[in-house]
Design a binder for this molecule. Structure first.
Ligand code: CA
Length: 230
């Protein structure tokens, strides 16, 4: 059974969302504070977290950072719930490692669709039952595992998606706009700086294998194809 953790301090909204989650055939668990939410994320191992940005104790952004910093919850899908609408906050949400975000007020249908979309991107898919490789790098898309020189590398769901997108299109230049649409799933009105930030972090995580991600000046990025000679 798919379990969704809802971290939201407004009881009415928390209840409404829980009800919708359960009506869609999933299990809902609720937390009214950030700290309670963190404790439940560790103990209950939910499949996805709906995280309110404004919480009474610690902010949603901080909850997100802490979840990402811990091994057990590092790749847990997170959807931010936010009343703020400025692009700054949208970008901020993504840069803290959230997978998606939904603006309040949202329709029940929109929320459930976003939850299902994020779960689908994360879940094992038949067509995804492949291991993508590059020199020193193995990306197991079914198991959501990345290995560099045989050693497993932890990364967020978003970084993983970015890596899969780049490696599966080896040798082809991906513009920042293309990456924003395909990896973030948003229209390209978001700042392209977000792509640069995540590519930088991805390169750092991959170490030497990250050198294969080339910057194409003024355009975007390209995962270099292996040289046949070696
Ligand atoms: Ca709130």
């Amino acid at each position: 059974m798919t379990t969704i953790l809802i971290i939201e301090d407004e009881p009415d909204l928390r209840e409404l969302v829980s009800h919708q989650i359960e009506a869609a055939g999933m299990t809902a668990i609720g937390a009214g504070t950030g700290l309670e939410g963190l404790a439940l994320a560790r103990s209950k191992r939910p499949d996805l977290v709906l995280l309110d940005l404004m919480l009474p104790d610690i902010q949603g952004v901080e909850v997100c950072r802490r979840l990402r910093a811990e091994g057990a919850t590092a790749t847990l899908p997170i959807i931010m719930l936010t009343a703020r609408t400025s692009e700054f906050d949208r970008v901020l949400g993504f840069e803290t490692g959230a997978d998606d975000y939904v603006q309040k007020p949202f329709s029940n249908r929109e929320l459930i669709l976003r939850v299902q979309a994020v779960l689908r991107r994360r879940g094992p898919q038949a067509e995804d039952d492949t291991v993508l490789t590059a020199p020193g790098l193995q990306v197991d898309t079914a198991r959501h595992q990345v290995r560099v020189e045989g050693e497993e590398i932890k990364m967020t769901a978003l970084e993983f998606r970015l890596l899969v997108t780049l490696v599966s299109r080896k040798g082809r230049v991906q513009t920042r706009q293309m990456l924003l649409e395909d990896v973030w799933g948003l229209s390209p009105d978001m700042q392209t700086r977000t792509v640069d930030t995540h590519v930088k972090r991805l390169r750092e995580r991959l170490g030497k294998a990250g050198d294969a991600i080339e910057t194409v000046r003024g355009v975007g990025y390209c995962f270099r194809e292996a040289q046949d000679a070696r």
